[in-house]
Design a protein around this ligand. Structure first.
Ligand SMILES: Cc1cc2nc3c(=O)[nH]c(=O)nc-3n(C[C@H](O)[C@H](O)[C@H](O)COP(=O)(O)OP(=O)(O)OC[C@H]3O[C@@H](n4cnc5c(N)ncnc54)[C@H](O)[C@@H]3O)c2cc1C
Length: 303
């Protein structure tokens, strides 16, 4: 209930203005967001790479309302890719399709994405399309298919175990040879199309894990859930998949103790590293995943 309210609050422009103008709230957001500039994102990425992780840099922002904003996001992503390439930072970027304008002019959005896929490919970087709310699932998967058709086989997307359709999507994308990120899903979806029960979401995650380890291309397991992490590791051993055939992914600032442990035991870990000025919606979804954090946030906003 609290989580659903927080996810809905993440879509409120008024709350966004209140939060982003508040110094204390900005300070709190820094736990989950590396900073507002590309330089800050790159500095945090370098630190993580020095500590044995790889990174997927994410310029925060979504659902832009103009072509100008979409162009600006694409330019910033291109500058980020260039900066990563200059410093030989592994391993890629995460992009929200709606940030490049898929909700506006679909052709122009695809052209921006093609341009970024080209730049990332030349820099040897992987591109993951984040999966947003269920209105965008099919659009996102089709984008991956089209980009593969153009030869950009280093582009994949996230899939969400809470959606009923996901096992079919995993098979469809496995056949294409796309590298997928498996996560539980962070949006408020209806019972009609998504599991709402934690046990069912976890069971779907396990089923997709097996499908990805058996038939997928370099799967990326995005979770902080220690039971699922244990399952992925056991399943990889059972299927004779070495640790370099897959990776774990975790969010910047979340369960860093688990991140350390995974690196210590020789697992590959990629940190999803957000930066940028439009951090509000991303931050609110992180609060929704752990409502205990909300009290601190409300105190910061009102105090
Ligand atoms: C790398 C990465 C990329 C992602 N990309 C997407 C995407 O493209 N689309 C999408 O819908 N979702 C995405 N997510 C979010 C995901 O769907 C879940 O909402 C989120 O990861 C929480 O689920 P969990 O698997 O960690 O399990 P949970 O059961 O929610 O959490 C397990 C444990 O992790 C800790 N934890 C989890 N979240 C937090 C937090 N915010 N603050 C503090 N502790 C926390 C807690 O200790 C909790 O008990 C991504 C997650 C990761 C890690």
């Amino acid at each position: 209930m609290v989580s659903t309210l927080l996810v809905r609050a993440s879509e409120s422009r008024r709350l966004e203005q209140l939060a982003t103008g508040n110094v204390a709230a900005r300070g709190l957001a820094r736990r989950f967001v590396a900073g507002e500039s590309i330089d800050e994102g790159i500095a945090a990425a370098s630190g993580l790479v020095d500590a044995g992780r790889t990174v997927s840099l994410d310029l925060v922002g979504e659902h832009v309302t103009s072509e100008v904003e979409s162009d600006r996001a694409a330019d910033e992503y291109e500058a980020t890719i260039t900066a990563m390439a200059e410093r030989s930072l592994p391993s890629g970027v995460s992009i929200k399709p709606s940030q490049l304008g898929t909700g506006l002019d679909a052709d122009r959005a695809r052209a921006r994405l093609s341009r970024l896929a080209e730049a990332a490919g030349q820099a040897g970087l992987h591109v993951t399309l984040d999966m947003e709310d269920s209105d965008t699932t099919e659009v996102t998967i089709k984008l991956v298919e089209e980009l593969h058709g153009e030869g950009h086989t280093h582009v994949g997307c996230a899939v969400q175990s809470y959606l009923h359709r996901t096992p079919d999507d995993v098979e469809r994308l496995n056949e294409l040879g796309a590298s997928l990120r498996l996560c539980k899903g962070a949006y408020a979806e209806s019972e009609r199309i998504a599991h709402r029960d934690k046990a069912a979401i976890d069971e779907a995650y396990r089923r997709c894990t097996t499908a990805l380890l058996e038939r997928g291309t370099y799967p990326r397991f995005a979770t902080h859930d220690h039971r699922l992490i244990g399952f992925v590791r056991r399943e990889a051993r059972r299927l004779s998949q070495p640790t370099h055939a897959y990776e774990f992914q975790m969010l910047y600032g979340v369960r860093t103790d688990v991140q350390d442990r995974l690196v210590d035991i020789g697992e590959q870990l990629c940190v999803y590293l957000p930066f940028g000025e439009a951090w509000y919606a991303y931050f609110m979804r992180r609060l929704a995943e752990r409502p205990a954090n909300i009290l601190f946030f409300l105190r910061a906003l009102t105090g």
